[in-house]
Structures are given as structure tokens and as C-alpha cells.
Design a protein around this ligand. Sequence first.
Ligand code: NAD
Ligand code: LMR
Length: 329
Amino acid sequence: MVKAVVAGASGGIGQPLSLLLKLSPYIDELALYDVVNSPGVAADLSHISTKAKVTGYLPADDGLKAALTGADVVVIPAGIPRKPGMTRDDLFNINAGIVRDLITGIALYAPSAFILIISNPVNSTVPIAAEVLKKHGVFDPKKLFGVTTLDVVRSETFTAAVVGKPDPSVFKIPVVGGHSGDTIVPLLSLSEPKVEISGSDRDALVHRIQFGGDEVVQAKEGKGSATLSMAHAGFRFVDSILKAVAGETGVVENTFVYLSGIPGGDAVKSIIPGLDFFSVPVELGPSGAVKVINVLSQVSEYEKGLLEVAYTGLAANIKKGVDFIVGAP
Ligand code: NAD
Ligand code: LMR
């Protein structure tokens, strides 16, 4: 029996993500938590004739505890999105506290659940989550994931457009680093199938993948950021976890993780200067992340340059998240 929880279920991402999860053959129970409207969203989804039993919870009457108790997977898209002109880091002041409080609930009521963090800034909210879980003595690096799948989805779509392939889903392209602007590093040199894109075409493609989120924020003109493509990407990640839990082998997703504590993580840590968290391709198994796949040893000189830029931004974002919980020195 698999219980999945969406925290932030009434929002722009939460609703379509919950719809996709309701359609999953792996999920028996789907609990929707939000500060508004979650019973309504749950009532609506509950009429769909698939097996998952859907329930909705608000904060009143210990709703967070009721939603989380018995959870196997918790996905968190709770928090405010960007408007034009904002960076993801501008969301920190509000979203850091939201994530801290939800993770505290998970530490208390669902300490062995897989935790998938969508709320921005992911580069900081995942370190916040790790520190809260550490404080409660329940941190398992193999089960905490920053969801960077949308960067991978974009890299597949935009690369296919550049090389004129009709079906983007044939591509496998590692996207490493973090989830904001130039901390997002697509490794086009490792694309499968191989692509030959160079010079200004390559630069433009990399830039589009790094700043794809801005495209949506601008097109929505103040009404939020990516929701539907993010729901797809979040569902893809949950689906991969549940496939691995069900015994499928060779399931790999790129995700922002705490490298130490995952086999293979220290090999990547020895390449990147002093960063505990990094998005990398990770093989998933029944217990979560079973192996970090070290793609960094194979990157091109151009990509080494991109990585150098990413390290600086990431270090600051990670420190900000950690300091929020452990206190700035
Ligand atoms: P939204 O405003 O439409 O929805 C957010 C939901 O969170 C709302 O329903 C709100 O009521 C709820 N919420 C607020 N505080 C809460 C709390 N304490 N507990 C539970 N729920 C709470 O926003 P959205 O467009 O769905 O985006 C959500 C977040 O996801 C944003 O931070 C956004 O930047 C981020 N995001 C991340 C990615 C990614 O690739 N990781 C992609 C897109 C968006
Ligand atoms: C995205 O990449 O679309 C999200 O992180 C939302 C945003 O703020 O751009």
C-alpha cells in the first residue's frame, strides 16, 4: 500500500500534480494538504474512477499530522512563485519558513518518507530540509530530493527543437548543479543520442535551458511561474521513485541531493569544491538514492567553465539555507 502526500496541493502546481498522481497505478492513498481549499480539490479528484483514495486536509484539527501519518512519499510544492523581475532567491524570506515547518511535520509524523522538494529556491530549501531533519535525528540523504526534473525536461525539449528531432523524449541529457539561472548546467556533450551543436547555437541553447523558468514567468505576466510543465516533471520524478520501490532496476533521475551518504556521492564531492549539495544523475532503488552517477569526470572544457560559475552561486545559496536553521555564525 503506497500513501502519497502533496503539501501545497491547492496551488498552480499542486492541483495538476495531484491529478496526475490520482491516475498513478502505484498509489493507493493520496492525501492533499494546503492552507486553503484542499478539501475541495480532494472532493473533486475523488470522483475519478482510479484506485487511489483521496483525502484533503487543512491546518486546523491537526490536519498536517493526519495528512502525513503513514506517508511513503511527500511532495512539496507549497510556497509563493516568482513574478517578472524576481529571482528565485527573492522567494527565500517566505518559502524558507513554509518548508521548515512542513519538514518539521514530516520529521515528526512521516520520518521515513521520501521527500521531494519543489518549492523555490530549491538550492536553499533542500539544505533547510536537511538541517531540520538532522535536528530531529531522522535525516536520510537517500530519501531527500530537490526536484530539478523540469530542467531535464526543458533540456530534452529545447535540444530536440535545435536539432530538429520530432520526439524530445528520446533524449537523455544530464543537467547538474542547482536549480536557478547559471547554477543549472546542462551537459550537452553527454547527450544520448549524441548532438553536434557548437558556437553561438550551443550558447543560446544552454542559456535557454538555464533561464527557461524566466520565459514562463514573463509569458504569465505576473500570474505566476511554470505550473503545468512542473506538474509533469514532478509526476515524472514520483513515478520513477515508485517504479524503483516496486522493484524496477536502472531507474535514473537527475536530482539535487546531499552527496555524502549516497554511494558514489563522495567521488563527485572530491571534484566540486566544498559543496555538500549538488544535482546529479542518481540511480533509484527501493530505499531511495542507491548510487550517484559521476558524470563530472567526463565533461567538456566548455562545460567545466559553466560548472566553475555554478559553484559560486550554489555555495552562497546552500549556506543561506543551512544558516537559516543552524544560525548564521
Ligand atoms: P501557487 O501560489 O499557485 O501555489 C502554492 C500553494 O502553496 C498555494 O495553494 C498555497 O496556499 C500553498 N501554501 C502556502 N503556504 C503553505 C503551507 N504552509 N502549507 C501548505 N501549503 C501552503 O504556486 P505554484 O505556482 O504552485 O509554485 C509553488 C512553488 O513551486 C513556488 O515556490 C515556485 O517557485 C516553485 N516551483 C519550483 C519549480 C522547480 O522546478 N522546482 C518549478 C516551478 C515552480
Ligand atoms: C522554473 O524553473 O520554472 C521554476 O523554478 C519556477 C521559476 O521561478 O522559474
